[in-house]
Ligand binder design. Sequence first.
Ligand SMILES: [Zn+2]
Length: 167
Amino acid sequence: MCGEPLHNSSRYFIEKVFKQNRVLNISEIVYEYAICESCANSMSNEISNDSKAAITQLYETHSENLLRKLDYLHRTEKYSINSWVDRCSMTGKQVRLCNEYAVNGIIENGGLVYEHTPIVISDDFVQKIQDVLSEETKETFDDFKKQITDGDPSVEDLVFSPTPGLI
Ligand SMILES: [Zn+2]
């Protein structure tokens, strides 16, 4: 968004949005992007307070699943990406059963951070988010999606909107 090189930011976020290719039985990246911490913060400021409260509420309702998974992964020291991205972090739905899903991560000093991230958001959970967002916030997300995908029509019908600032 700001066009600054990412190495100027000690911390930044990445998101990859996947779609299942049922013919080849693989998941393919539809789009991916990186956003620096300060741009993610300004995105987050554009989300209406009502939407923020609704999103927080949703995360809290599903946090038990996430916390249990994180506890398990840290206890078993599974610090390889595959153990972290096989299921939706919020609903537990396996990614192979998702038509679409997204993986969000934090990069710090050039490496992936294993904390409360990487997290996986399934199509089911993103639908729940979409259902509680205000129209205003949906427009903000849509504008951002257009910006990062250059208005590519093939992503228009995706249920996913970018989620910077949400994690
Ligand atoms: Zn930026």
